[in-house]
Design a protein around this ligand. Structure first.
Ligand code: MG
Length: 242
């Protein structure tokens, strides 16, 4: 099955062969089970400003920059973009709620997969829209000896954010790879769109409440129901794509 998907990808892009060197991981909903907190914080904070977002909608916006998400809501309810000051106040409101949530644990299956990826000689890279200052510390605490500071793309690095290809193009640059040398692991529709637009083979893992179709329609090449399931198939995928 993987061979056929690989051939389809190579044909579509006109690439000759795959030579897997790096795996680019999204963070929220892929490595950490943080999406329920984000969804709660967005929907809760927005209500305070007369803007309404259900937790389900928050999953559809996952990966967008905070400023981008706020503008979509203010356009819908106020008919205009938010001012810089409004964005700051609203985002602070969301962050305050988020920071009061209990710290999210790891997504089950993420840790053993990261170890397998590293042991197979591939470079693990994080590509996230998150802009928390202590991100690398937290990654290192949870997944020791996997990630490097110079192989991370965070909310501090990007201007446009997902679904723009920018974050994954930057991730490829940091990993020093071409599209046929990397695979993306994503859980969100906009993240998948970003990775696909960057020309990368994209594996969706459905760790949230959205239907599988939404992730496949965003352009994912392959879908697993969990990180455990992807971890179980890693050797097979690696053999096929190296
Ligand atoms: Mg995510």
């Amino acid at each position: 099955m993987f061979k056929k998907l690989k051939e389809d990808y190579l044909n579509k892009h006109g690439f000759e062969a795959f030579c897997l060197k790096a795996v680019l991981f999204d963070m929220d909903g892929v490595l950490f089970d943080s999406m329920p907190n984000h969804a709660y914080a967005w929907s809760h904070a927005m209500t305070q400003f007369g803007l309404h977002m259900t937790p389900e909608e928050a999953y559809m916006h996952e990966g967008r920059t905070g400023s981008g998400t706020i503008n979509i809501l203010t356009q819908k309810y106020w008919g205009r973009d938010a001012t810089e000051e409004e964005k700051e106040i609203i985002y602070k409101g969301k962050s305050d709620v988020f920071n009061r949530c209990p710290e999210a644990g790891q997504i089950p299956g993420a840790a053993p997969l990261l170890v397998k990826v590293k042991e197979s000689g591939c470079t693990p890279v994080v590509v996230t829209g998150s802009a928390q200052v202590s991100l690398l510390d937290r990654l290192n605490e949870n997944f020791p000896n996997i990630f490097q500071a110079d192989r991370m793309v965070t909310g501090f690095d990007v201007k446009y954010g997902k679904p723009n290809p920018e974050p994954y193009l930057m991730g490829m640059k940091k990993a020093n790879i071409q599209p046929w040398e990397g695979i993306v692991v994503e859980n969100a529709p906009l993240g998948i769109q970003s990775a696909v637009a960057a020309g990368l083979f994209t594996i969706a893992v459905n760790t949230g409440p959205l239907p599988d179709e939404v992730l496949m329609e965003s352009g994912a090449n392959l879908l697993f129901p969990s990180m455990h399931a992807l971890c179980d198939h890693w050797e097979e995928i690696f053999d096929c794509f190296q």
